[in-house]
Design a protein around this ligand. Sequence first.
Ligand code: PHE
Length: 398
Amino acid sequence: GKFEPSIYKIGCTQAIKNKWIEMGKSAVSRKVQHVDDRVRDLLVQIQKGEEVSAQDIDALKRRKLISSQIWKGFSVKKGPNYTPKRKKMATDLTREHLQRGDWKEIEFKEYNFLAKGQPTDGGCLHPLLKVKRQIQLIFLQMGFEEMATNNFVESSFWNFDVLFQPQQHPARDSHDTFFLKEPSTTRSLPEDYVERVKQVHESGGYGSRGYGYEWKREEANKNLLRTHTTAVSSRMLYALAQGKFAPKKYYSIDRVFRNEAVDRTHLAEFHQIEGLICDRGLTLGHLIGVLEDFFSRLGMSKLKFKPAYNPYTEPSMEIFSYHEGLQKWVEIGNSGMFRPEMLRPMGLPEDVQVIAWGLSLERPTMILYGIDNIRDLFGHKVDLSLIKRNPICRIGLN
Ligand code: PHE
């Protein structure tokens, strides 16, 4: 028969190599009677699934006559614990087991001592409450008493007038302060004290010239949501002045309200921390000393003070702390010595001074918990899992 030229060439080469034929000058002559085709035999063996040496497999692979394929098989048979019915292991030995007597046969589940246990469904503290608690403890360690702050609604009198804040002051505008519609005015004020506050605004006294304007009672009567906890401090100092004078250290931590545009660092309501010391002969040095003590307990020992202005303090100082993380000075609070125009009409003795400071609770909380948008901390957009999973507060624990 005739072969195709390409097949003839391969066949010829193999036949010569195996010495099956000899190529003469003009003819091809046969050299053997019987031919052993090993390659064919190997391929047949492989097809039958018989074992072939690794060497032969390599050679066949190289000639691309075979290629390897992986087959995965599983065999399933009954194990030692085989049972046609699912057995439920008991987790506890019960009265019923004892009564029925089947406790002898039942299998008990092993205890898993590594199990974490069910998550508890208890309440969780908000980060603000945790920081508030730690700051509370710091004040208590320093010998301060807590002031009652349970009056969000306050009169302009206690929030502003008592603090020698003139009635035309921009903070008293409805753009800055939430005034109440109902009830829009306060029911009663201590009349003799009102008279002295009016006096000090209009014409001064105690070494002051006053503001020289006509003070209006209707303005003082207006109810509002307190804009600072200093309203609480003024009530407390007035109460203190009504008895025999004794030095006091007071603090408060509670909510205040301001009619502000909301952005990532401002809300219309936030919390203020306020401390004050009332004693004879206090100086600015005492204020700086107590601020350094207080803030170092919060982990801020590098402080700077900048002259500032408040209607009710003189001198006044803004407090800055060096923030290691942000590598810069950040404003952390406001402070000062209450003016005689505020203290003397209350009836406090002439040689009594009050040093005081205030800061927000949100600022340190956001820094401690790494929150950069106040809306993630407070309000209706807060992620509930933040409340469930936030860590303990580290300040005051060192
Ligand atoms: N009332 C001030 C404020 O709201 C803080 C402050 C408190 C300042 C006491 C001086 C003294 O920022």
